[in-house]
Design a binder for this molecule. Structure first.
Ligand SMILES: Nc1ncnc2c1ncn2[C@@H]1O[C@H](COP(=O)(O)OS(=O)(=O)O)[C@@H](OP(=O)(O)O)[C@H]1O
Ligand SMILES: Nc1ncnc2c1ncn2[C@@H]1O[C@H](COP(=O)(O)OP(=O)(O)O)[C@@H](O)[C@H]1O
Length: 193
């Protein structure tokens, strides 16, 4: 019997900070122990359910509201969900927190400097912005407010994907239960800033 400490893992951060990578990596771990989870990723939601939404503050709020409502339904059905959204401002986080108030949520900040996000530029968005072809881009002309210290901070700039995933995994899982070997082998002596 495997028991999670949370019913939702909500990963937020700048574009290219590593949200989707960590969410996918977590999903692989969950599958490895024979469990399923619902993946909620900003790009995927915006390709369908949130197709009509853009990137104004109010559209982002509506996007987050929809994602949180799905995570809530999923939790009520006993299915863990892993959400990866920029969730840029406190107002957006408040919307999700209100909807998920009766659900245990692990709030994770994929923390990476703007400079490194710009270098990674996984989808070429920062370059598009620099060339004047994209506006309201979070981390460029779009605001991102650092979350409070109660959020689990994962420094995705100075740690690799494996260590970053381990840190989330160790919070998510009851470590005294079977099936936590990978989490258990996490090197506690390595400082994750
Ligand atoms: N202007 C602007 N600002 C931010 N992001 C943009 C923008 N335009 C397109 N994209 C793409 O949308 C992805 C982020 O969607 P989210 O649903 O996570 O955003 S939000 O939480 O509602 O703010 C984001 O994905 P990530 O790079 O994974 O964050 C981009 O692929
Ligand atoms: N510790 C880490 N966690 C997550 N991604 C990392 C890490 N270190 C390097 N990366 C790299 O950073 C990039 C993050 O891209 P992505 O996950 O698409 O970001 P986001 O979903 O936040 O836009 C990937 O190329 C990934 O391999």
């Amino acid at each position: 019997m495997h028991t999670f400490n949370y019913k939702v893992v909500w990963i937020l951060g700048l574009p290219s900070a590593g949200k989707s990578t960590l969410a996918r990596s977590l999903q692989v771990r969950i599958h490895e122990i024979g469990l399923g989870c619902l993946m909620l990723d900003g790009d995927e939601l915006r390709a369908g359910l949130s197709k009509n939404l853009g990137f104004s503050a109010s559209d982002r709020e509506e996007n987050i509201r929809r994602a949180a409502e799905i995570a809530h339904l999923s939790a009520k059905s006993g299915i863990l969900s892993v959400a990866a959204f920029i969730t840029p401002q406190e107002v957006h986080r408040n919307v999700a927190q209100f909807i998920l108030k009766d659900v245990p949520v692990l709030w994770v900040w994929a923390k990476c400097s703007r400079e490194v996000c710009y270098q990674r530029d996984v989808k070429g968005l920062y370059r598009k912005h620099a060339n004047g072809h994209l506006s309201n881009l979070t981390g460029a002309d779009g605001e991102f407010e650092d979350p409070p210290s109660s959020f689990l901070q994962i420094d995705t700039e100075n740690n690799d994907i494996e260590d970053s995933t381990n840190l989330i995994w160790n919070q998510l899982f009851c470590l005294d239960k079977p099936g936590c070997e990978r989490g258990g082998t996490f090197r506690q002596d390595k400082v994750l800033r």
